[in-house]
Write a protein that binds this ligand. Sequence first.
Ligand code: SF4
Length: 477
Amino acid sequence: MSAVPQYITRSSVSDTAEYFRYPDEVREQFIATDDIEFRDGSRVTSLEVWDYLTQVGPVKYPNLYDNSSLYTGRLSHDVTFAFNLKNAYLSMTMHERMTKAKAQGRPIVFVQGGQSVDPYYAAGAVALRPASTGSWARGQREGLTRNQDELESRSDKQKAYNAISFEVCNSAGYEHIQEGNVPADMVAPYTALRCSDVSYGTEAHRHGPRAKEVKLLLVDYPLDHQRDKEWAIRYFADNLHRLTRSIDEQTGRKTTDDDLAREIKLHNEGRRLAIEIADLWWSADLAPTNGRDRRSLFLLGGMETHGDPVASLSLLREARRDIEKRVRQGHRTEGVLDNAARLFVCGSCVFPNDLRTEEAGGIIVGNDNHWSDITTLVNEDGDPYYELARAVLSYPYEQPLKERAGWTVDQIRKSRTDGVLFLYKWGCNTQSAIARLLVDEIKAQTGIPTIIIEDDMTRTQTEQLQNRVNSFIEMVS
Ligand code: SF4
């Protein structure tokens, strides 16, 4: 089915604003797709999702529908891909869904991104990584234009820089804990070194305005060949026990080994589905989705995105079938060239604009951050704390350079990558330090062209970043 996205102009909001609208001709096909199930046993039908996206969303979040400038267009235009619409629905309803979870007695825990969230959910909590924390906070502000939304976010960031350190790159969402924008009960990240902002944020939390009401617990992550040391695995398993006990103090219940084992099984299903989807996606001659949907789809396997692993699984199960069908039928994705240059992104938290990248003749086919934990399955036999600790300490992204590079090269080969971008933010201490070493190793092993680009978080450099990416695409095409 082919359908062209439609646009409407709202002169009341801005003289030039052009808004995306889901086209009516895809409605029938969409409302015949699966319901979304949620952790609390509730579900929404596709008809309800459709009504939300076409009636509620444009009024509540006009900024998301704004397509009027080069760097807007936050909603994917692949309107025949059911996953895309449901993913947008889960993002837009973050505030109402998380408020409901909190009212149901689920502790809200701030965690580090790119790590498994199995133990938090096993103990009955909701684990919110920085981006999800931001999504909840932003969802509370309704009716904002794109500019108003940007200004509000910048203002939050500025407060965080003042309160934490000028050295942080984007404060990792911590500003919303600091400012009380989301009702967090705990700050309890794994202390993996990947994100220096999390370290700054947790340190600032000790003396911050919410220190008394929001409990701090560090899930201490041993470093340096941690994967191969028995004591390190046991030590981290003990830390995971501390974590679930600490959440138990909030809920008044006791998390059992069976609770964790069940949760690991559920999260393993998500990880497996994401791996299968990636294998299908990478095997196709023509990219079966655009780059933006690919990223959302692959990363959903980490169950970090929407604060509800059961809902994430609902989307993944359906998307697995749809991607298989698209690959079988040789689906051609609107806006993506048949011979697009295939790019792999290394490093945390920076992505070029997918639309502009695709216009320039490229497509992003993979990235290492977050994918590292998703591709690490947890052994379902034996002591669940020990097995989870063993898996977490073996995440490729957290390993010494040679091992991280070796795993990245595997992903690059599987995804048939033409060029590698290492992107990092100013202030991202670990990733900026490792960038040169990693790309040199990748280049030595594959001969594929690589480039390193530093970005800042203020969004004043988006054109600079995109110019360099587009030139790189020309080079590898
Ligand atoms: S760019 Fe680096 S330091 Fe900044 S939030 Fe991301 S991982 Fe953390």
